[in-house]
Design a protein around this ligand. Structure first.
Ligand code: BES
Ligand code: MN
Ligand code: MN
Length: 458
């Protein structure tokens, strides 16, 4: 199905309207905008031809549901996506305001890309599904049933989605979940995501003296929590860049040499990787390639760290407290509960008695892997091959979508991760963008997935 220029303009115009609404789920200031976004997509879903469109309340932001059941004896695809976005900070690093979408060309997107928070993650990718559905309804080519479940809390951990799926198990009953919230290797190297890492996220608070002190009067005699926290964090990796927490690797899935060799056949250009990031050298766990380090190996990273005086100029102070937010990406068989426990034990064991230490767990989730020998994978593979003219490469991703493990557990179905972004699209960063090629290619590919899936299932 080729899109006419007129249709492309219409779809793009609607996406621009969607991107203008700042649906930042993490910041209560935007709560009304998040809700307005739910209304906007519910309206679009209905206009596209969905039945029973509902904005369903949860304890947090609502879930937009809609469906088209053409024949209950046919298979059902559940489309999942998220309409919430990450905070735009640091706002001063954006070349144009994050909620005023603009079109620009980039070296990887010579046809143009749309710049806005959420362009790729995930409003642009989620919206492809609504438009693909609209086209299938128009042309009378929807070959099976479809349900939509679009949530507004993915970027804050999807805490209400688990209970929602439990509660509405029957309403959500389906044969497969289809998600576009991941990337392809390149616009001429299509790929399908076959794995996601899990996530354990903690906040660490170190307390030294009961108040900020004069760093001259007390300095040298009283523990400085910022100094100590830096040292503790430094001890969490050894010289081989392995994580030193005892037991951390205990449950890590062993991958055979053959499978690793297969993985490393995927195209990867180290020079362009480095030049894109303007780094002179990469760094990671010894004995593994970059592709492996970002897919089959677990990690530990400080996401933010603060304490003491961080304002303008120099204020001499010995801080009372130091904080860090730390993420650990997990691979199959590791669980956030166990990893957080090991982390806390080790940090407390390492810390000197001159400070108190508190570890607060945040949201997390399990890793997931999807097999490639299933009907749903084959359907996605055929769809991408038809759309890109090349067979897609299966590849595990480093990111996390914790609810994928939950779909398997609660709804008892597999998920197809057929994303269309590029890793370089700056999701979660300033100047996030989504290629127009990618947006339209996604809209063309999705109906092909439906076609092949319905064929293969019958
Ligand atoms: N869409 C991303 C995850 C992703 C990005 C997977 C690129 C594969 C490739 C998702 O919105 C996300 O950001 N997930 C969070 C975890 C969540 C619990 C906040 C993440 O991976 O940090
Ligand atoms: Mn996402
Ligand atoms: Mn995200």
């Amino acid at each position: 199905m080729k899109l006419s220029e007129e249709r492309k303009d219409q779809f793009l115009g609607e996406l621009i309207e969607l991107l203008k609404i700042p649906s930042v789920s993490a910041d209560p200031e935007y709560a009304e905008d998040v809700r307005n976004t739910a209304s906007y997509i519910a309206e679009k879903l209905e206009q596209a031809g969905a039945d029973n469109v509902e904005i369903m309340e949860t304890n947090g932001f609502p879930i937009v549901f809609g469906e088209k059941i053409i024949d209950s004896s046919l298979p059902t695809v559940l489309v999942y996506g998220h309409y919430d976005v990450q905070p735009p900070d640091p706002i001063e690093l954006w070349n144009s305001p994050p909620f005023e979408p603009v079109l620009k060309n980039t070296p990887l997107h010579p046809e143009g890309a749309i710049f806005a928070r959420g362009a790729c993650d995930d409003k642009g990718q989620m919206y492809m599904h609504i438009k693909a559905f609209e086209l299938m309804m128009e042309n009378n080519t929807l070959p099976c049933n479809v349900k939509f479940m679009l949530e507004g809390e993915e970027e804050v951990g999807s805490e209400n989605l688990g209970p929602f799926c439990e509660k509405y198990k029957d309403k959500l009953a389906c044969d497969v979940v289809l998600v576009s919230d991941t990337s392809i290797i390149a616009n001429d190297v299509p790929s399908i995501t076959t794995g996601l890492r899990g996530l354990a996220y903690v906040e660490v608070e170190l307390t030294g003296p009961n108040r900020d002190l004069h760093s001259g009067v007390y300095g040298g005699a009283v523990a400085n929590p910022v100094n100590i926290l830096s040292k503790l964090i430094g001890q969490l990796h050894n010289d081989k860049n392995e994580i030193t927490i005892p037991g951390f690797y205990e449950d890590v899935e062993l991958i055979s040499i053959e499978e690793r060799e297969e993985m490393n056949k995927a195209p990867f250009n180290l020079e362009s990787y480095k030049s894109d990031l303007e780094i002179d050298e990469i760094r990671g766990e010894e004995g593994y390639t970059t592709l492996e380090r970002t897919s089959i190996r677990p990690t530990l990273d400080v996401n933010g760290m603060w304490g003491g005086y961080i304002g303008e100029g120099a204020k001499t102070v010995l801080p009372s407290k130091a904080f860090a937010k730390i993420s650990m990406r997990l691979v199959p068989n590791q669980t956030p509960e166990k990893i957080i426990e090991l982390f806390e034990q080790y940090l407390k064991q390492l810390a000197p008695e001159s400070v108190k230490i508190e570890v607060k767990p945040h949201h997390g989730g399990l890793p997931s892997v999807t097999p490639t020998d299933t009907v749903e994978y084959l359907a996605a593979s055929k769809a991408m091959e038809e759309a890109f003219g090349k067979k897609p490469i299966p590849q595990r991703s480093g990111g996390s979508i914790p609810i994928v493990a939950l779909f398997e557990e609660v709804l008892n179905v597999k998920t197809v991760l057929m994303g269309f972004g590029l890793d370089s699209d700056a999701i979660h960063s300033p100047n996030e963008h989504f290629g127009l090629f990618n947006f339209f290619k996604g809209i063309e590919t999705i109906p092909m997935f439906f076609k092949h899936y319905a064929q293969l299932k019958s």
